[in-house]
Design a protein around this ligand. Structure first.
Ligand SMILES: C[S@@+](CC[C@H](N)C(=O)[O-])C[C@H]1O[C@@H](n2cnc3c(N)ncnc32)[C@H](O)[C@@H]1O
Length: 258
């Protein structure tokens, strides 16, 4: 795995923010995060029958559609789509169907920390079973590159998030590919906590598209897109408070790095 300075220096040739170096504690923090926050999800998801609940969505099928279609809206063409944290594969199945209805062919790939969930995903998508792997996204070595990669910040501890995203862009995405950073909220979460796109800009990534999912009048999903471009990572020279949260929504912004 590359360190942050290497990642930050790649790409567009503009001055880059210097990112934090890998610390000796990082792998330990990741292990603890996985044990405390991530692995317990599997049992909770599999306690339910409905496929959307086995993917962590606690609502109705209609709510699922409203809160997950924004992911599909960020796929502007067909191609290889890796869903990191694919759970039982229901998002992959949904995205394939939604995009097929628009005439786009999505080749699905999944990575999931929970072995039983990964098994469910393989059974849900038997024709793509070989594309679905078990592993921790933090240190998983991708066997190929993908046109689209979806993740969530919550998959790694806060101090590792910026570097995690840099590695996804650098090592998982094909040239010209897009990283989709999704954030899902419940109705009980406080309104004022900043969404994922705010964190991305603060870290210096150039967010090119933001999509929201509303259910019963409240925004419960946000998906922020960072494009790799052909020249490397889309990361701004100045970290990014030049776009206000409101102004960026549903707006395509130019990548400032060539
Ligand atoms: C909310 S579900 C997402 C399901 C579906 N992809 C979606 O977007 O609706 C999150 C899933 O991510 C998995 N996950 C969390 N952290 C992970 C990590 N570091 N590596 C691999 N999978 C992870 C969890 O086990 C869980 O099944």
């Amino acid at each position: 795995m590359m360190d942050d300075e290497t990642i930050a220096q790649r790409g567009a040739g503009t001055p880059r923010p210097v990112l934090r170096r890998i610390g000796p504690d990082d792998d330990r923090q990741m292990r603890e995060w996985l044990i405390e926050k991530i692995l317990p999800l599997e049992r909770a998801y599999l306690a339910h029958e409905e496929p959307w609940r086995q993917s962590g969505f606690s609502g109705t099928r209609e709510g699922w559609d409203a809160c997950r279609r924004p992911v599909a809206e960020c796929l502007h063409r067909g191609g290889a789509f890796l869903d990191i944290g694919c759970a039982n594969g229901y998002l992959l199945e949904s995205v394939i169907g939604w995009k097929r209805a628009e005439g786009m062919a999505i080749e699905p790939f999944g990575l999931e920390a929970g072995h039983k969930l990964a098994d469910r995903a393989r059974r849900r998508l038997p024709q793509f079973a070989d594309n679905i792997r078990s592993g921790n996204a933090w240190d998983w070595a991708p066997p190929r590159r993908y046109d689209f990669v979806r993740t969530e910040l919550a998959y790694v501890p806060p101090v590792l998030r910026k570097r995690y995203l840099g590695r996804l862009i650098d090592e998982f995405l094909a040239p010209g590919g897009s990283l989709l950073v999704a954030e899902y909220r419940s109705r009980n979460q406080p309104y004022r906590v900043p969404w994922c796109d705010v964190a991305l800009r603060r870290w210096g990534f150039v967010v090119t598209l933001v999509r929201s999912g509303l259910w019963e009048g409240r925004e419960l999903t946000r998906v922020a897109v960072v494009e790799k471009g052909d020249g490397g990572i889309a990361i701004a020279a100045e970290s990014a408070n030049h776009f206000s949260e409101g102004a960026s929504r549903k707006t395509i912004l130019p990548i400032s790095s060539p």
